[in-house]
Write a protein that binds this ligand. Sequence first.
Ligand SMILES: [Zn+2]
Length: 84
Amino acid sequence: MTSAVAEVPGAAATVEYRTTEVRCLVCATTRSLDDDQPKIGTVRWKIVAHAELHLGTAVSFDCPNGHSSDADPHLLKSFPSRRF
Ligand SMILES: [Zn+2]
């Protein structure tokens, strides 16, 4: 199943946003293990789809305990760009 469609120069890439749930690293390192507060945060990804490559870049992170990339942009470094 090969596609013979050539890539059109200058074709606009499609951009979409998606969220994934991940364990909050700040909570994991600062809260005790028997603390059963939710530690799952939400990463928001900007996904650029070009041809068959869907590359996501983390644009924000928030966890229910108040850890946010707005307050600490370094949090986003935990989420390297990845394919979707
Ligand atoms: Zn957290």
